[in-house]
Design a protein around this ligand. Structure first.
Ligand code: ADP
Length: 489
């Protein structure tokens, strides 16, 4: 049998462009698939932030066009290779030469429907033009969810790759790509697709529904979340639709790229360390404290947060817990970007408690690494968490996760109090200040026992969430899809 040919489509891919976990996944899964023998190409927009850095990207094809109504929208295709993986960039400055990927702190860009509908059609055009002939096209989140729709309904343009199976991976149910109906003629979708059985969702056009309905299989990023999204509480209104696809719904947990996220190899931290010699960890802590001007004793617990500042992440729970956190003798560092209301609240707290609380508003990858290495505990009181990557990174750095038992957090963290042999962190049940503080108090009481804490650190550092296992699961799924008939023939 020849190599499995896979095309992965994502609106963000690390190291090129990143706002969250999707980029990490789309950057590292392809490399893992390649080392397991797949032939893989990845597509993303050519954003300003990609152009501004030197990745060695070269022109691949000029004079490409997406047919839209009676006119053609031109674009160019660029490429760079990492190992044998081709990363392809759709260049259309009108849409992608902007300061941010999706919008500013004030809100989304108003033309996101047009931008990402164009992106998906340009990807399909490019797959045809490059003769990639994929076995599977693997789309991710709403930004690439229209690929299966256009593939099915634009056979005159994309029929030559119609044999490809479609996988749609949901990284977050809450971001569905909902737009006013009026946008439909501008993105080449006829009125007949504005029905509850097709793309309509409570009087809006839903990009995500295209991914769920028209793909051969749907997956999400942990087994726990795959079950949760079938419930009303987590399904964000699409639980009924997902139930229809239950037999084609899979959960595959994300992996970690340990060449980027491991204290033994990390380029950004003050001193490297590993589980045989932890002395570097305290040096990283002191370095972080001095960089962020935290004035507490180096013996006191230092808590870290690196997060999109959104309701999902339970930032309000942390904010309201701060007086108690201070009473418990802890200090806190927060790195994040997101809703302006959280920016203000957090900055207010750092002014009120300047010795114990440091807040950095912004996206800062080197600082994210320093927080992973320098903190004692990592806080994730998420309301829901499809997979969560930071708790997995934290484990590797011996920074003990304190998490809410939900989705991928529940799947990957074993509570120390429930299982002293295998415990690798602390879990609490409800997304409220009381439960969160109880969890944190349990963590702090173990922290005070140096020997037990050290054992816990070593246990956490030994956990292995490398991509190889998850990539093998994806390959298994791609093969299942290939062995079945296409959903729409
Ligand atoms: P999500 O994808 O929901 O935002 P994940 O935990 O899956 O959450 O992944 C978040 C990723 O984004 C991690 O790699 C984390 O380090 C990174 N990240 C989030 N916010 C920031 C920030 N402000 N600066 C640097 N990295 C960040």
């Amino acid at each position: 049998m020849g190599k499995l040919r896979v095309v992965l489509v994502s609106s963000e891919v690390a190291p090129f462009a990143k706002t969250g976990g999707l980029a990490d996944v789309a950057g590292s899964l392809p490399l893992a698939l390649e080392s397991l023998g797949c032939e893989i190409s990845v597509f993303l927009p050519y954003y300003r932030q990609v152009k501004d850095k030197d990745f060695g990207i070269k022109a691949a094809k000029k004079n490409m066009a997406v047919k839209s109504g009676n006119s053609d929208i031109s674009f160019s295709l660029y490429v760079c290779k990492i190992k044998k993986v081709g990363f392809y960039f759709i260049e259309k400055d009108e849409y992608f030469d902007r300061e941010f990927l999706y919008g500013t702190a004030k809100g989304d860009y108003p033309d996101n429907a047009v931008r990402f509908s164009f992106f998906t059609r340009a990807v399909l055009e490019s797959i045809v033009a490059l003769g990639l002939n994929p076995d599977v096209i693997h789309c991710n989140d709403w930004q690439s969810a229209l690929v299966p729709f256009y593939m099915r309904h634009r056979l005159q343009d994309f029929g030559s790759i119609n044999n490809a199976r479609m996988l749609f991976t949901i990284h977050n149910m809450a971001y569905q790509g909902l737009f006013p109906k009026e946008i439909m003629p501008h993105i080449d979708i006829g009125d007949e697709f504005f029905t509850p059985e097709t793309l309509e969702f409570y009087e809006k056009l839903s990009f995500m529904k295209s991914g769920i309905i028209y793909s051969d299989a749907v997956s999400t990023v942990s087994k726990g979340y795959a079950k949760e999204i079938l419930t009303k509480e987590y399904g964000c209104g699409l639980d009924g639709m997902l139930a229809v696809r239950r037999d084609d719904l899979y959960g595959i947990v994300n992996g970690v790229n340990y060449s980027n996220w491991s204290p033994a190899a990390d380029k950004f931290i003050k001193v490297n360390y590993d589980n045989k010699n932890l002395s570097g960890k305290i040096k990283c802590k002191k370095d972080l404290m001095s960089q962020l001007k935290i004035k507490s004793s180096a013996d006191a617990p230092l808590l870290g947060v690196v997060s999109r500042l959104a309701e999902q992440k339970g930032i309000d729970i942390i904010v309201h817990s701060v007086p108690e956190i201070i009473k418990m003798g802890c200090s806190l560092v927060v790195l994040g970007l997101g809703d302006e209301k959280y920016h203000k609240l957090l900055i207010g707290l750092s002014k009120k408690y300047p010795k114990n609380i440091a807040v950095k508003i912004g996206f800062d990858n080197p600082l994210a690494h320093k927080i992973e290495a320098g903190c004692d505990m990592f806080l994730m009181p998420s309301r829901y968490e499809p997979c969560g990557l930071n708790q997995l990174y934290s484990l590797k750095y011996g920074t003990i996760p304190v998490v809410r038992a939900t989705g991928g957090l529940d799947d990957t963290i074993i509570d120390y109090y429930s299982d002293r042999t295998n415990g690798n962190g602390f879990k609490f049940m409800r997304a409220d200040t009381g439960d969160f503080l109880d969890g944190l108090k349990r963590a702090v009481s173990v922290y005070k026992n140096k020997k037990k804490w050290q054992q816990l650190i070593l246990k956490a550092m030994k956990c292995d969430f490398s991509w190889e296992n998850s990539a093998k699961e994806y390959i298994k799924l791609y093969k299942i899809m290939k062995s079945k008939n296409r959903r729409f023939s």
